[in-house]
Write a protein of this length. Structure first.
Length: 118
């Protein structure tokens, strides 16, 4: 009778790990499994804020007030340019908003004058 598959190769009857310490092999296998299947938990991250921009923590008051003053000055300049290009009631509204921004800028500058420099 014709055999379709060839005879299997002759193997060494002794176990392939003969001479190796079984305890060391078990420890190595355990380390490998733990590395891939049970990684150490990572440090908890702060939850990301729900807003797009945040102010850096631990800033002194002088830095915050200086940035506020510069932002208000920029808003004042933009509103002034816009108001001069408008007509009628929209122009009055733009000038009203500009006046509020300018008053806020004056308050921020006054607070900046009295803050203790670091």
């Amino acid at each position: 009778m014709f055999k379709v598959t060839p005879n299997p190769p002759k193997t060494d009857p002794t176990a392939p790990h003969t001479g190796l310490d079984a305890k060391k092999l078990d420890e190595a296998a355990e380390r490998a499994l733990n590395f891939y299947l049970a990684p150490e938990p990572q440090a908890k991250k702060k939850p990301s804020p729900g807003q797009l921009f945040t102010v850096v923590e631990n800033l002194d008051s002088e830095t915050l007030l200086a940035n506020l003053s510069e932002t208000l000055a920029s808003a004042n300049a933009m509103l002034s340019d816009l108001a001069f290009n408008l007509e009628g009631p929209n122009r009055h509204i733009a000038f009203g908003v500009q006046q509020m921004v300018e008053l806020s800028e004056l308050l921020a500058n006054r607070a900046l004058d009295v803050v203790d420099p670091r």
